[in-house]
Design a protein around this ligand. Structure first.
Ligand code: CMC
Length: 432
């Protein structure tokens, strides 16, 4: 809390309204408007939260103009180069990088909660064989609420943490079971001696009739993508988790809300939409046509994987992913991958176009991630599911942070009402 102040003058207000200004550790100050309605009878209006901090948080810092992303103070570039997904999950949840024994304990907790109840396995049979895996994720993650009554007392710190571990641990198991349902293969049970990502790959791709050996390149590449997707402060899905959780709702229901929000093509669904777009474009000769479509206000087409609410500069995650994408494709002897080449040409063309430069539209995290996932054999419909598994670490960390704050309140936005004023009910035969 700083002693800075902001003053608001308005027609009909008596004198200037004094508002406190809070300073964070880094980043812009925030004007505190919590008393504005009580003291001046005014709401603020900010649809889409363009200038509104919905909470305070110590987890992730983004400077969108400079292209900076840090988890708990650590630059994403350092974590991507040196860390692992579970180490990052510990960092997000507890605020510090773990020591050896802490990481062992954390890994053990996650890897010993990977099983899902046998009754939950039966849920998948209720879905059509070609149901989108995100549809199954929304339903099955939410239904965990019916199974773990020993971890839903939100006033109990041990319950809260147990629920968080269960969620991080069971997301890969649910995701792999959804995939197996789509391809009509038997469910593969988790193997707790494998790494978090190695276990996921095995649950997705092993079959009872043959040995499956986890490819270390695929394991490292996916672990890295998971690090980059693990958190991104108050994005739509994290804000959904916080809003649902603010009412004291069951944690599994909160994370299901996050999964639902992530699914949209403007958010986590963009990685799937990028591949659809590249396939629609087809080859480099069509790039100009699609750039023109993206610039045309009367055409709903947007360049998927481009633009970001916060980054008005290159998304730092996209920079890392672009590099890794090239390495993965080279190692898989697929460096002439036509989609990667097309994506690079499209990026180059857009970054020389005033429309994109003036609006600060650069490739975001999803522009290249789908190409890597596809090179690793992950089907398109599972791209957003991969994002959801990784983001669960961020979602549970934000949910824990919110509930740890004794001052947290139910989230309840107000509105600018623009509907009809009071009017009287007319019998049906008298209506115009
Ligand atoms: N292609 C063409 N024009 C665009 C694009 C795009 N991808 N993104 C924004 N614009 C234009 C938009 O038409 C508007 O132009 P004007 O000022 O002339 O009206 C201007 O740029 C500002 O756009 P906006 O829609 O007001 O920006 P926003 O902050 O509300 O939306 C966004 C951000 C990410 C939803 C949007 O850029 C978009 O739809 N991008 C494509 C989808 C995508 O890649 N989403 C993944 C985001 S990163 C992963 C994640 O965090 O979930």
């Amino acid at each position: 809390m700083s002693d800075k102040k902001a003053f608001l003058e308005c027609d009909g207000c008596e004198g200037k309204i004094e508002l406190a200004v809070h300073s964070g550790s880094v980043g812009p100050d925030s004007v505190d408007i919590t008393r504005l309605y009580a003291e001046a009878g005014l709401f603020t209006f900010d649809p889409g939260f363009l200038s509104t901090a919905s909470c305070s948080s110590a987890i992730t810092y983004i400077d969108g103009d400079k292209g900076i992303l840090r988890y708990r103070g650590y630059p994403i570039e350092q974590l991507a180069a040196k860390s692992t997904f579970l180490e990052v999950a510990h960092l997000l949840m507890y605020g510090e990088l773990p020591k050896v024994d802490q990481l062992d304990e954390f890994t053990d907790m996650v890897m010993h909660h990977t099983m899902i109840n046998q009754s939950l396995q039966r849920f998948f049979q209720g879905f059509h064989y070609d149901a989108h895996p995100m549809a199954m994720m929304v339903g099955v993650v939410g239904s965990l609420s019916g199974f773990y009554h020993d971890s839903i007392n939100m006033r109990d710190d041990a319950h809260r943490h147990l629920a968080a571990f269960r969620l991080i641990a069971k997301m890969p198991t649910i995701a792999a079971a959804a995939y197996k349902h789509n391809v009509g293969e038997p469910v593969v049970y988790p193997r707790n001696d494998l790494s978090y990502v190695g276990n996921l790959l095995r649950m997705m791709f092993s079959r009872p009739c043959e040995e499956y050996i986890v490819d270390p390149l695929a394991e490292r590449a996916m672990d890295l993508l998971f690090i980059l997707h693990a958190d991104h402060e108050q994005n739509a899905s994290t804000s959904s988790v916080r809003l649902v959780g603010s009412s004291g709702a069951n944690p599994f229901a909160c994370i299901a809300a996050g999964v639902a929000s992530l699914w949209g093509p403007a958010h986590g669904g963009a990685n799937e939409a990028v591949l659809d777009m590249l396939e629609e474009i087809g080859d480099a000769s069509q790039i100009d046509k699609y750039i023109d479509k993206a610039k045309d206000r009367n055409d709903p087409f947007r360049l998927m994987g481009f633009g970001h609410r916060v980054y008005k500069n290159y998304d730092p995650r996209a920079k890392i992913i672009r590099e890794v994408c090239l390495q993965v494709l080279e190692k898989l002897a697929d460096s002439n991958n036509p989609l990667f080449e097309l994506a690079r040409r499209l990026e180059e063309r857009a970054l020389h176009d005033d429309y994109f430069l003036e609006r600060g539209l650069y490739p975001n995290v999803d522009f290249y991630s789908g190409i890597i996932y596809r090179a690793l054999g992950i089907p398109e419909s599972m791209f957003t599911v991969m994002f959801a598994i990784a983001r669960t670490a961020g979602w549970v960390s934000h949910w824990l942070e919110m509930l740890d704050d004794p001052k947290h309140r139910i989230g309840r936005p107000r509105q600018l009402y623009v509907g009809a004023d009071r009017r009287d009910y007319l019998p049906i035969d008298q209506r115009a």
